[in-house]
Every structure is written in C-alpha cells, then in structure tokens.
Write a protein that binds this ligand. Structure first.
Ligand code: C2O
Ligand code: CU
Length: 494
C-alpha cells in the first residue's frame, strides 16, 4: 500500500485538489485552498493582534524519564512547546523542516483558513527537508487544541505540541492551569512508527499488532478485539502494543510532578496525542469536573474518571486535597499505564499507580450536555452524507464506504448549507472520527465537538454548518487507520 500512497503524497498540490474532486464533481467546481472564498472568509474574521513564533521539526534525542530515545520532535522536547494565543488574534508560525522527510503542521480543531490547515495534497504542498513554511491564520475560538504533522505516521513520533487559545472574557475561576498530554510511545525503542506501519501492512509485524495477530478477514462481526479485561471498553484495544505510555513526555518511573497548595482549584487541559490508544484518566482520591470538550463549554459534569480518545481534548476542574496523588491514564484494552504525580504536600503518594484499577463514574461523550448558547441553531439538513467505517486486518486496510484514501469519494458540500454526516462504525474496533476546519453538533445531546469516538457498530449523526470554504480532511484519528485509508475530504464546491 505504501507505494501507491507515497506516489500520491509526492505529487503536486494539483493532484488531489483538482483530480480527485472533478472526478466526482459532475460539473461542480471544487473550492480550492487558495480561492477567493477562503480569503474573504478569513477577512470576515476581523482579527485583532498578532502572535509570532517558530517551530523546528528535527531529529532529537529525548529523555522520557530514564528512557532515552532518538525521535523526531519540535525543538528538542516532547511534547513540543505549548503555544498560547488569545481568541481573535492571528497566529504566525514559521516552521522549518530539518527532518529527513517531508512534513507539515496541522492545527487540530482550529476553524482556520483552509490554506493553513497543513494537509499535504489537500491544502498545501508538503514542506520538503530543508524547507520552510509560514502558517498564518486567525484563531477564532477559545479552547484547548494541539498541532501535529499531517504526513504518514509522524504523529506517532514526538511531533506534537499543545495550542491553548485563551478566552479574554473568561472569569478564570481557578488558581492554576496544567496542560496534560497523553501519548503512547514506541519511537526509538527498536522500532519507529514507520516500522510499526510496515509490520501491520505486510503482516510481518504480527507480534506488534495485538489486535491483528492471526485475525484475517473483515472486521465486521468480529468481537472481543479489546482484551482489556474488567471494565475495558469493548473494541478499544487498538492495533499496536506500545512499550511506554506518557504524560507530558514522561514514563511512570520518573513522572512529571505537578505542584499546588491543598484546596487549589486547578484547570486541567488534557490532550490525547496518542496514535492508537484511548485512555481512561483519573486522579486518585478526587472527582473530576468536565467543563469543556474539544474547546467547547459543556454543562459541568462530575465523575471519577474520563474516557479520552485520540485527538480529543477535555478541560477539567479539580479541587485538590492535601497530599500526593497519582494521576493515571490507563490505556483501554492494553497493559501499562501513563502517570503523573500531583503534589500539595510532601510524603508518599496516596496509592500506588497499579492500585488504581477500579473506577466509579466514567465520563464520556454520553455524559455531556452543551452549555446553553453553544448549540447549533435548529434547522433542516440540506444534505446528508452517509459514512460507513470499516476495514480489515489482513490485508491491513481501513475504509470509508468501502474505499481507502485517496480513492475515497469526497463529501461534497456547498457554502451555507446545513450538512449532516451520518457516521456508522461497521467494525468491532473503535474509531475517533475527526473533521478539520469545523465543529459539528452531535445529534441527540447537541454537544459541539471536532473529534468523536465511535464504539463498535455505533452510529452517530453529526450536524454542521458549512461556513468555512475549502477542502477539509475527515478521518479516523487512529494514525494507522488514517494512513491506511480511513480518510476522506469534506470538499466545498460551487
Ligand atoms: Cu489531528 Cu487530520 O488531524
Ligand atoms: Cu480508526
């Protein structure tokens, strides 16, 4: 599969921008990333103020807390730098590519101008080794976001960082704010993510592919993929066994230590930057209150743990007790754990990490209700697209409506339409479905999100207003699923 995919990826921008779309457009013309509609939509955002920074993607040797790995990173840290900007400002980031491979930077969750979305073949040409690209765009909405390349499985290296968009009008009812980035880690431990991908696609890496070992044929109808044991989410176990799970770039043996005073109210900005792992997050001895999902405010809801899929972000509030408490992120259906330590006093942690195996109320999409004023206006759909997510382990290939990207059919939309995406997971694996450049409203609750986890055989209808012209990726945020085909384009046409 790599040969086909790679030859596509090394072509020019025109290939997908025109070829794939006009093939299905039936006379309709695609609204390209450099069209006037994109420029005028950006102008209408009336940005105020400019924040400038730079990123350098390069090979780096990184200490994950006693585990030293050679990887690719932004700067020489994992995660990369946390960028901060106020909603309504323009963010300008000069990116330099010192990797031995093409790359790009995608601003995950941001409703930005299409030509700055960072998807090679869809919105820009890849940044060549030794090359550079200036990203510059208005950041319209407050919230917790992140950035990562949109090339191959580079997300599964150390190439990610958090983008915090502050709300200048927010009262800020908390004493401090912590960013927590969760990740599954393999790079530099004897295998690179490209090796893992090759193992999956050639079948030679069956020892690396827990879900895939010996499981040929279609995914449909296969049960029990998630070997998570008690309480594990069915089908959540992913395809890749990782030697390490990280919070803020640290393994549990030498974790990140977050310090505060007893009684402090802390806002946690949690990002799941993993490529193949859904996590269950909890802070020992504490309730967590979800306040935002994918940047959007929700009715505050309290629980004991939170399920967070790849590409999702949650903001949580927690009032800290007196002591030292493990904050754990347990991978669904996999062995191992990610850990950070929260400290408001000296002394030994309240519980050993391994002891945190039971959960009370586990918060997930179903627990969320939108905050008043954040819902999409009621309106009939002008257009509905059905998406069936499926695939097979042998050969390793993932599909939308039976086709693998770049051969998937683009989802045509026109500006100003109300569009509904009816997404059906026809497999026994979980898939976090992510749409670029928009947020959708999950029909039923009306919660606004840009990344939503579909459980095995689950169907969700996602409503959105087509108000951001261009060509937008829509895909599973499992990096290995997306790279082997579970991706399409939400393509504006005129
Ligand atoms: Cu976080 Cu298309 O990506
Ligand atoms: Cu998937």
């Amino acid at each position: 599969m790599s040969a086909t995919r790679r030859s596509v990826l090394t072509g020019g921008l025109g290939l997908l921008g025109l070829g794939a779309l006009s093939a299905c457009g039936g006379g309709a013309r695609p609204v390209g990333p450099r069209s006037a509609a994109v420029a005028s939509t950006e102008a209408a955002r009336h940005a105020r103020g400019l924040v400038t920074t730079s990123l350098r993607a390069a090979p780096a040797t990184v200490d994950l807390g006693g585990v030293v790995v050679d990887t690719w990173a932004f700067g020489d840290t994992v995660p990369g730098p946390t960028l901060r900007v106020d909603a309504g400002q323009v963010l300008r980031v000069d990116v330099r590519n010192d990797l031995p491979a093409d790359t790009s930077v995608h601003w995950h969750g941001i409703r930005l101008r299409n030509d700055m979305d960072g998807v090679p073949m869809m919105t820009q040409d890849a940044i060549r080794p030794g090359g550079a690209f200036r990203y510059e765009f208005t950041v319209p909405d407050p919230g917790t976001y992140f950035f990562h390349p949109h090339v191959g499985v580079q997300l599964d290296r150390g190439l990610y960082g958090v983008l915090v968009v502050e709300d200048p009008h927010e009262p800020g009812r908390y004493d401090d704010e912590w960013v927590l980035v969760l990740d599954d880690w393999v790079d530099g431990t004897g295998r690179t993510p490209d090796d893992v991908l090759a193992g999956l696609t050639t079948g030679s890496g069956s020892a690396d592919a827990s879900g895939g070992h010996g499981m040929g044929g279609s995914m449909s109808g296969m049960g029990g993929m998630g070997s998570g044991g008690m309480g594990g989410m069915s089908g959540g176990g992913g395809d890749v066994v990782y030697p390490h799970y990280l919070v803020n770039g640290r393994v549990p043996d030498d974790p990140d230590v977050l310090r505060a005073r007893p009684g402090d109210r802390i806002r946690l900005r949690v990002v799941n930057a993993a490529s193949d792992t859904v996590f269950r997050l909890s802070l020992d001895g504490h309730h967590l209150t979800v306040t935002h999902s994918d940047g959007w405010p929700v009715e505050p809801v309290k629980g004991d743990a939170l399920l967070i899929a790849m590409g999702e972000r949650y903001d949580l509030l927690v009032t800290l007790g007196d002591g030292a408490f493990p904050l754990t992120a347990t991978p669904e259906g996999k062995d191992g754990q990610a850990l950070a330590l929260v400290r408001t006093a000296s002394g030994t942690p309240s519980a050993s990490a391994a002891a945190t195996t039971t959960f009370g109320t586990v918060l997930s999409l179903e627990s969320l209700r939108p905050l008043a004023g954040t819902t999409l206006a009621a309106r009939e759909s002008d257009r509905t697209h059905d998406l069936a997510l499926s695939g097979s382990m042998n050969p390793y290939r993932w599909t939308i409506n039976g086709r693998s990207f770049p051969d998937t059919d683009p989802l045509e939309v026109r500006s100003s339409e109300r569009v509904s995406l009816a997404v059906s997971n026809m497999s026994m694996m979980v898939h976090p479905f992510h749409l670029h450049g928009h947020t959708f409203s999950v029909r039923g609750s009306g919660v606004r999100k840009d990344t939503v986890l579909l459980r095995p055989m689950q169907r969700l209808v996602l409503d959105l207003d087509a108000d951001n012209p261009g060509q937008w990726a829509a895909h599973c945020h499992n990096a290995y699923h997306a790279e082997t085909g579970m991706m399409t384009t939400l393509g504006y046409v005129t």
